[in-house]
Design a protein around this ligand. Structure first.
Ligand code: AMP
Ligand code: GLY
Length: 429
C-alpha cells in the first residue's frame, strides 16, 4: 500500500457510516472515498453514489468499474443477504462476515446455539414455533420473560415483558399475526437478565480479535431510560462498568471462544463483532451479537481511534490481524443523537437545519449526520428519525458531555428532540 493509492467504498447512509468515512478519509493511504448511498453530511469527505445498501448487484458492478480496493459494510441487512460472499467471489476485498457467519445477527436461534456450543454465558432460553407451546412454556420463566423474533426485525423484534399478558400479546404478534413476517416464525423465550448493559466491539479476522474500547448506548427515547426503544439516542466510550479485568475476561471467554467455535465449525467470523453484554450479579452474559459496528457506538469510537483505520480494515479483509496494533486516545468521547419529533414513531421530514458550522467549530466537537439530505436550495434538511449525532471528546467524560451539549445547543431544526442525560451514568460512577 502506498500513499494516496486506495479507493474505498463504504455502504450505508447513517451516522455510523458518516463516522467511518470521516475516519477513513483521514488515512494518507486513501485516494478516494465513496459512500453508497451516504447522506448530505458526507459531502467534502466522500463522493455519494446513488445506489441503495440493498442493491447488491449494482454495488458489485460499481466496485468493479470504479477500481474499489476495499469495501466496508455498515448495516447488517446486506451482510445477512450475502454481500461479502458476492464481493469475495468476485475477487474484491471487503470487510464483514460472510452470510453464514452474519447469522450471528441474522438468526437469534443460530446465535444462541453458537453461544451454547462455545460455553459463553447467556440467558436461559427455549425456541418455539407454536403459539400453544410458547404460552405453555411461560410458566417455566416466571413473570418477567423476554420474547424475541428469530430473524431481523429492524431492532423491534425484542419484547421485555413485565407481565404474562404482555408476554402472550408478544407471542400472538409474532407467531399468529406475523407482524415481523418470516423473521417471527421462530421465537425465543428467554429469562430476563438484570444488570447494566455495555457494548463490546472487536475487529476479527476469523481467529484473532482486537478489542475496541467499551461503549454504552442509550436505547430509550426519553431521559432516565423511559419511553419506547429506538435505534439508539446516544453513546459514550469508555463505559466505566467495563473494568480492564472484565474487558480481558470478555475478550477471552466471549470473543475468542465464539471465534474458535465458529472456525471449528467451518464458519469463520471475519469483520466487526459487536456483543451486547449484560453485567449481571453472576458476571457478564451475552444478550445479542451484531455483525457490524453499532450506531451510535461507532461515532464516539471513531473519535477515540488514534491509529489509521485503513490498514486495520485491510488486515481484516485479508484475514490476518496478528501483526496489527490499534491505539486509542485516553480521552472519553460522547455522542448525542438529535432526532425528529415523533421518532421512533411517525415523524416529518424536510425541516431545514441551521447551526451546523457553528456546532462543528465548537471545542472538541464533530457533528455526524444520520438522516439528512440537501434541500431544493442546497440547504441541509432532515431526512430521517435520527438526524444527527453530535460528538465531542474531552479530558474527562464530564467535559466531553458538556462540549457535546454545547455543540448540540447551536443546532436548530423544527421539532428537534434529544436526551439531556447522555453519559450521566459514566459521571455517576
Ligand atoms: P437484543 O436485540 O437481543 O439485544 O435486545 C434488545 C434489548 O432488549 C437489549 O439491548 C436489552 O436492553 C433488552 N434485552 C434483550 N434480552 C434481554 C434479557 N434476556 N434480559 C433483559 N433485557 C434484555
Ligand atoms: N446501537 C445499537 C445497534 O447498533 O444495534
Amino acid at each position: 500500500m502506498t500513499d494516496n493509492s486506495i479507493n474505498v467504498l463504504v455502504i450505508g447512509s447513517g451516522g455510523r457510516e458518516h463516522a467511518l468515512v470521516w475516519k477513513i478519509a483521514q488515512s494518507p493511504l486513501v485516494k478516494k472515498v465513496y459512500c453508497a448511498p451516504g447522506n448530505a453530511g458526507m459531502e467534502g469527505v466522500a463522493k455519494l453514489v446513488p445506489i441503495g445498501a440493498d442493491e447488491l448487484g449494482n454495488l458489485l458492478l460499481f466496485a468493479d468499474e470504479n477500481d474499489i480496493d476495499l469495501t466496508v459494510v455498515g448495516p447488517e441487512a446486506p451482510l445477512v443477504a450475502g454481500l461479502v460472499d458476492a464481493f469475495e467471489n468476485a475477487g474484491l476485498m471487503v470487510v464483514g462476515p460472510r452470510k453464514a457467519a452474519a447469522m450471528l445477527e441474522g438468526s437469534k436461534v443460530f446465535m444462541k446455539g453458537v453461544l451454547t456450543r462455545a460455553g459463553v454465558p447467556t440467558a436461559r432460553y427455549e425456541v418455539h414455533t407454536s403459539r400453544s407451546e410458547a404460552v405453555a412454556a411461560l410458566q417455566r420463566f416466571g413473570a418477567a420473560v423476554v420474547i424475541k423474533a428469530d430473524g431481523l426485525a429492524a431492532g423491534k423484534g425484542v419484547v421485555v415483558a413485565k407481565s404474562r399478558d404482555e408476554a402472550v400479546t408478544a407471542i400472538d404478534d409474532m407467531v399468529v399475526k406475523k407482524v415481523f413476517g418470516p423473521a417471527g416464525e421462530k421465537i425465543i423465550l428467554e429469562e430476563t437478565l438484570i444488570g447494566e448493559e455495555a457494548s463490546i466491539l472487536a475487529f476479527c479476522d476469523g481467529k484473532n480479535v482486537i478489542m475496541m474500547p467499551s461503549s454504552q448506548d442509550h436505547k430509550r427515547i426519553g431521559d432516565g431510560d423511559t419511553g419506547p426503544n429506538t435505534g439508539g439516542m446516544g453513546a459514550y466510550s469508555p463505559a466505566p462498568v467495563i473494568t480492564p479485568e472484565l474487558s480481558d475476561w470478555i475478550e477471552k471467554n466471549v470473543m475468542l471462544e465464539t471465534l474458535s467455535t465458529m472456525a471449528g465449525e467451518g464458519n469463520p467470523y471475519k469483520g466487526i463483532l459487536y456483543a451486547g453484554i449484560m453485567i449481571t450479579a453472576e458476571g457478564p452474559k451475552v444478550l445479542e451479537f451484531n455483525c457490524r459496528f453499532g450506531d451510535p457506538e461507532c461515532q464516539p469510537l471513531m473519535r477515540r481511534m488514534k491509529s489509521d483505520i485503513v490498514p486495520v480494515l485491510f488486515s481484516i479483509a485479508e484475514g490476518d490481524l496478528s501483526n496489527t496494533q490499534v491505539e486509542w486516545t485516553e480521552e472519553p468521547a460522547v455522542g448525542v443523537v438529535m432526532a425528529s419529533k415523533g421518532y421512533p414513531g411517525d415523524y416529518e421530514k424536510g425541516k431545514p437545519i441551521s447551526g451546523l458550522e457553528e456546532a462543528n467549530g465548537s471545542p472538541g466537537a464533530v457533528v455526524f449526520h444520520s438522516g439528512t439530505k440537501k434541500g431544493p436550495a442546497g440547504e441541509i434538511v432532515t431526512n430521517g428519525g435520527r438526524v444527527l449525532c453530535v460528538t465531542a471528546t474531552g479530558v474527562t467524560v464530564g467535559q466531553a458531555i458538556n462540549r457535546a451539549y454545547e455543540a448540540a445547543g447551536k443546532i436548530k431544526f423544527e421539532g428537534a428532540v434529544y436526551r439531556k442525560d447522555i453519559g450521566r451514568r459514566a459521571l455517576e460512577r
